[in-house]
Design a protein around this ligand. Structure first.
Ligand code: FAD
Ligand code: MLT
Ligand code: ZN
Length: 468
């Protein structure tokens, strides 16, 4: 990259807004999974929207591709530069202003670089609740959550990030700023521009600010861990609880016995709260702004399935620390997989009514075609979203990993799409699913997305090689 551009970038963001040193660039050029590693001439860290716009104008004038980055916790390789050394990383990690909290309109307006955990805390400090919750909340940013339309463990009750955003501020590839930071629940004035940028994974523009919905703070929550003899039983339990508890059911996570064993072995302090072996487990949580009768409701809702034998055992957390221990067991799966081996990950979504049949077919297909490989099956089953992963040994040779990944992806994703499912429920497409997308999306869908991409980013500078 020519020194003139570096000088101009420094003029915009200040010298401490540039990361030129290769060692200092390390956390930016490799993803959390250590699956994608690239090179960059410079990481640019603007302090505000005006600086982002000025950086974008400079990159456009010089034809320099830009990779937007938040917390770099994405699981699809969307925030990693390629190995050309030509792509600038534009990190939002200096844009951390909480611009406004409006407890009457129940909205919070934040910079894109604000950590999800900090938005949750700001909401709590204002006596409200911002429900988006995922294992990476301590390091992922709101901009990344919006760009990937992140899901997490509260989608069942509150929806995914798309459902939680009312307004956006976006710097376009030509450097103009779209100021759409309106906190309106109704605004029918043309195309859904907000919807276009949410989930666009940095390929259409840079999200620099957002207006997010706030909810009444849950005044009470009750958490339970359940053991059952099949995934079928767990899915049936979900249906029963939804019917009985309605909106008070705010989380329903499923995991196989293998997952629970993996976490118990690889995450210190994590232990299953139930005695005995159960083929399938679930973490269930009720919460409400009006907490009266919550614990009784959960007890009564589990009593029937226990008596009928739909579930084999259940433990209700007696206090906050027991509830936290249950969540640690669930949230520990990502980490446990990384320590135990090389996971071939799938982030699939299906209609809930088809989950059980899929699991049976996929288990049989993987056992038949890839004998001996453990299946790490868990996820947000309340949203029809499974992380149906297959674990390869830590020392699996790279070529074998690539070969097995291609075969397993084809096996699992063909089964998913045949059942009307999606090959990427919440992690996005990034680099990971880009080539498979063409196999599973219709020509019309691909054409529509390419038309939008060409219209907004005609110079193809935004996050090249990702998504499309
Ligand atoms: P990054 O990884 O920095 O970027 C992700 C994508 O968004 C890239 O394509 C990037 O170019 C783009 N981008 C980032 N910021 C902007 C911006 N301001 N404007 C435009 N584009 C931008 N995800 C889930 O959905 N559900 C989960 O339950 C979940 N659990 C996780 C658990 C762990 C332990 C980890 C490590 C990750 C998990 N994730 C989960 C994945 C990840 O945390 C999410 O995808 C998150 O939304 C990424 O946010 P980020 O700020 O790290 O984005
Ligand atoms: C989760 O639900 O834990 C995440 O999506 C991360 C993962 O798939 O490992
Ligand atoms: Zn997930």
């Amino acid at each position: 990259m020519d020194s003139e551009l570096i000088r101009r970038l420094a003029h915009v963001v200040g010298d401490d807004g540039l990361v030129l040193d290769e060692a200092a660039q390390a956390p930016y050029v490799e993803d959390w999974l250590r699956k994608w590693r690239g090179r960059t001439p410079v990481v640019v860290r603007p302090r505000n929207t005006t600086e982002v716009a000025a950086v974008m104008r400079l990159c456009r004038q010089s034809g320099t591709p830009v990779v937007p980055q938040g917390g770099n916790t994405g699981m699809s390789g969307g925030a990693a530069p390629d190995d050309s050394g030509a792509q600038v990383i534009l990190s939002l990690n200096r844009m951390k202003r909480i611009r406004e909290v409006d407890t009457v309109n129940n909205t919070i307006t934040v910079d894109a670089g604000v950590l999800l955990a900090d938005v949750q805390n700001a909401a709590r400090d204002a006596g409200r609740h911002f429900p988006l919750s995922l294992g990476a909340e301590g390091s992922c940013t709101i901009g990344g959550n919006l760009a990937t339309n992140a899901g997490g463990t509260a989608v069942l009750r509150y929806g995914n990030t798309r459902d939680l955003a009312l307004g956006l501020e976006v710097v376009l590839p030509d450097g103009r700023v779209w100021s759409g930071l309106r906190g309106l629940r109704k605004d029918n004035t043309g195309y859904d521009l907000r919807g276009l940028f949410i989930g666009s994974e940095g390929t259409l523009g840079i999200i620099t600010g957002a207006v997010l919905k706030l909810y009444p703070r849950p005044q009470g929550r009750v958490t339970a861990w359940v053991g059952a003899e099949s995934c079928d039983a767990v899915v049936s339990l979900l249906t029963r609880l939804q019917a009985r508890c309605g909106e008070r059911l705010t989380a329903f996570e499923m995991m196989s016995a293998y997952c629970v064993g993996l976490v118990s072995r690889h995450v210190s302090g994590a232990a299953c709260p139930l005695a005995g072996e159960h083929a399938c487990h679930a973490l269930i949580e009720l919460s409400d702004a009006a907490p009266e009768g919550l614990a009784e409701l959960l007890e009564q809702s589990l009593a029937g399935p226990l008596e009928e034998g739909l579930i084999a055992d259940a433990a209700i957390a007696a206090n906050e620390s027991q509830a936290k221990a249950m969540w640690r067991l669930r949230e520990g799966i990502s980490q446990a997989q990384v320590r135990a081996g090389k996971a071939v990950k799938h982030d699939i979504a299906l209609p809930i009514s088809r989950l059980s049949a899929f699991i049976k077919e996929a288990d049989a297909a993987v056992a038949r075609e890839f004998p001996g490989l453990p299946i790490v099956n868990f996820g947000h089953v309340g949203d029809g979203n499974l992380h149906y992963n297959v674990l390869l040994p830590l020392d699996v040779p790279h070529e074998e990993y690539v070969h097995l990944t291609a075969g397993l992806n084809r096996c699992v994703h063909d089964l998913v799409v045949q059942r009307g499912g999606s090959i990427s429920a919440e992690h996005g497409v990034g680099q990971l699913r880009r080539d498979e997308l063409r196999r599973y999306k219709s020509t019309v869908e691909m054409d529509l997305m390419l038309m939008i991409k060409r219209a907004l980013d005609p110079d193809q500078l935004m996050n090249p090689g990702k998504l499309l």
